[in-house]
Design a protein around this ligand. Sequence first.
Ligand SMILES: [Zn+2]
Length: 514
Amino acid sequence: MMADNENKDPLIAWLPELLMTGGRFAPGQALVCDSSGRIVKLARVDELQGEKRIILPGRALLPGMVNAHSHAFQRVLRGRTEYRTGPSDSFWTWREMMYSAATRLTPEDVYDASRLTFLEMALNGITSVGEFHYLHHAPDGTPYDDPNLLAKEVVRAAGDVGIRIALLRVAYARSGFQVEQNPQQARFLEIDPDVYFKNLEGLSADVTRANSATVREDPSSRAESGALAHGRATAPSPAWVGVAPHSVRAVPIEYLREVISYANQHELKVHMHVAEQPAEVSACIEEYGRTPVAMLATEGILSERFTAVHAIHVTPKAIPSFAETGAMVCACPTTERNLGDGVVPADEYFKHKVPICLGTDSHAQIDLLEDARELEYHLRLQRLERAVLSVARPTESESPAVSSSSGALPHGRPSDTAAALFDCATKSGARSIGSPGGSLEPGQAADFFTVALDDPSISGASSDDLLSRIVFSLSRAAVREVVVGGRPIVSEGRHLIQEEVVERFNELQQKLWS
Ligand SMILES: [Zn+2]
């Protein structure tokens, strides 16, 4: 007998060797998706009926990762800033080099750079990105005829690669407290909050319209920007908007209050750079008599829709205010180490149950699992300890210590550190940017990736230590299939439009630097 759905929209059953469910890997399980791109159920293989089967021998299947903080265009700088420009180099000298690239990109260049960046993300198993977008105008600061031209080029790039995008549109009003305006920031500026809101609304309307052109709508559900539609047959959104007041440096308090009030009214996600550099903290104390986090807390700006990007230079007193308000932190360890920013006190955040998501930020490297492991490794170097983020602390009598008389190593014990770090790369990221996906559960978006179990970087794993091997040592070469909304975008480790994207990016690099 045929299943009812077989003629029209057959369900698809993905059958990997191991499927990650409830934080563990199980054999003999299928992930069943419908034609709208949602997960219908996880089922035992012997329970399947008329589903179309896609068999993936030798693969483990995991939820797609969410990259919560990106400046896609900065990918053009990779490898070009790794030298000393004066007596000492820092975030601030790097920023001048970044600005000089930012001022030269045409709209088409922004598209080509973004497409390569998102392609590299897809090849790493990333299925959603939060793009912190501040390039708004022509290089001399004149708005384009369409004031959202560049934002839309970035959204188009994500759509062409096939990953989801939260376009976090940046509000940027000044160089800093009592700082002369920097002409290299002319492309970012919207000094009047009303102009910012008008452009944000224009972008939101355009993104919603573009979504409905590509997504099959369920007439019974609404699909508003910023609020994801969860109708039964409605496909999860490929793109949506959020707000991003750039930093306490670039957005004065009155402007910031307006942005937050708008975000509250429209239930939009709010991302903001917070305490990345000590100089930003001291300037904030000078202007407001408070640290950035104290200022955000006392102004009522922290909320469960708020993500503080970096949040490195914070006092122990500041951390509970994240916990009390439900605000999150986005750590970007590969960029933070590249720029010499400092170390995110992730152990303190975890102690207070503040969720941490991850971003590849400047794209000095794009490998979200590297960011995950660095979150832990930076603390090991600082604290001279191992497993700093582990919450399980066995007592001496329970401890399967290596010093026991048998000398045997503990085995069969899953790593809670790896599980916590993988949650940062998936669930917490999805929550931070309001993305579908992040876990493999019925009703969720069918966003996932597979790894080859025979890849040398993870081979020999048992189901207990597989996640730990993936988090601490997976090579990108092991990522084989990447699927967004049930649609494969990477097969056998290759993206469908990889050659063309790389070729166009090579041409852009030639144009920019030779
Ligand atoms: Zn950033």
